[in-house]
Design a protein around this ligand. Structure first.
Ligand SMILES: [Mg+2]
Length: 355
């Protein structure tokens, strides 16, 4: 496919240079292509680093889509490729793309790739683009970036004005020490994390988000209330019980369910949902609050801020700390990160410049 794309460029008479990449990024970047499109006057408008996950998409298809999209947009671009690996889901490749001087870095992969690239680019001022691959694509769905259409997603990268997006940071306390991660969509424990634990990978590959719905049924029956202390925005910690806590930068989860109705990725605060329903009856009540009263009903009828009930409580925070009585499986942007004993969360307003 690479050859085919290059041949296509030659046919169009637009290639001005192709050379081996000799930058410090050579561990990830196999080739450097420089080409112009449209009325080429010798200037490259953008140097695009593409951090791509080879297990989620074909490079040849991505390259064809990128070339076609930038061609259509009339933007002269240079593309550099940085491959992720199992051991390095994107932080290293993103750092290499930064070192190579890319002014926009595209995460072409699933939520794991997007999160890893975002962690590296937060606060740098270098633009981030997303070309969704895989099954989840939560940030892309929340920001209405085209899914399963790399050409449309690249076209957006070529033409959209940068938008400031916040990023959450969570420091987790695990049995083997503390680790800090960024998140762009949602982090937490409880039903959502358990859903991911119980979601069959093969099923996920076959039927996508419906696999999550199947897992939700099993997760609901396994939920137990957890004791923990909660401190919000630096206030004294309170003792609470819940079985689910989600801290979100964006509000929509798998299956298009808008679980945090007031979450905005650019308002400088994180939205929190704590669910403490126990038993089927309370669960149905909590789900009604989350999915209907604060979701569809408000969408049609409008309304003020999300309403809390006894079983589903909404908060907005800039800082949050939790100490759990029992370790819980924790999730960050759809990735399981193991059991945690506690965690602290902060927000970095306007951390990302997203195209
Ligand atoms: Mg927000």
């Amino acid at each position: 496919m690479t050859v085919a794309v290059f041949a296509m460029l030659i046919t169009r008479g637009t290639v001005v240079r192709q050379s081996d990449c000799s930058s410090p990024s050579s561990a990830w970047s196999s080739r450097r292509w420089r080409f112009g499109v449209g009325a080429y006057d010798g200037a490259v408008a953008t140097t695009l680093g593409i951090v791509w996950n080879p297990s989620k998409g074909d490079k040849g298809e991505l390259a064809s889509a990128a070339v076609a999209a930038f061609d259509r947009a009339g933007v002269a671009a240079e593309f550099l490729w940085f491959e992720t690996t199992k051991d390095d889901p994107g932080q290293g490749p993103a750092a290499a793309a930064l070192a190579a001087g890319c002014d926009t870095i595209v995460a072409a992969g699933g939520d794991g790739t997007v999160r890893a690239v975002a962690e590296k680019l937060a606060g740098t001022g270098v633009s981030v683009g997303i070309v969704p691959q895989g099954t989840g694509n939560l940030l892309a769905r929340n920001l209405e970036i085209p899914i399963a259409d790399p050409r449309a997603a690249f076209h957006r990268v070529a033409t959209a004005s940068p938008r400031s997006v916040d990023m959450g940071w969570v420091e987790i306390d695990t049995a083997v020490g503390t680790r800090k991660h960024g998140f762009v969509v949602m982090a937490g424990f409880g039903v959502d994390a358990r859903m991911l634990n119980e979601t069959d990978d093969e099923l996920k590959a076959k039927i996508g988000w419906m696999a999550y719905a199947e897992a939700m049924g099993r997760a609901l029956t396994a939920s137990e209330l957890v004791d923990f202390t909660l401190s919000v925005n630096g206030a004294t910690a309170a003792r609470v019980k819940a079985h689910t806590m989600l801290i979100g930068n964006c509000g929509t989860i798998q299956g298009g369910m808008r679980i945090l109705p007031d979450a905005r990725p650019d308002d400088g605060v994180l939205d929190v949902l704590m669910v403490s329903a126990a038993g089927v009856g309370e669960w149905l009540g909590a789900l009604k609050t989350i999915a209907w009263d604060n979701g569809l009903k408000r969408l049609f009828a409008g309304g003020a801020d999300a309403e809390s009930t006894d079983f589903a409580e909404y908060l907005t925070v800039t800082e949050l700390g939790v100490e759990l009585a029992e370790p819980q499986p924790f999730e960050i942007d759809g990735d399981e990160v193991g059991d945690v004993r506690g965690f602290s969360v902060t927000v970095q307003p306007g951390a990302l410049s997203l195209r």
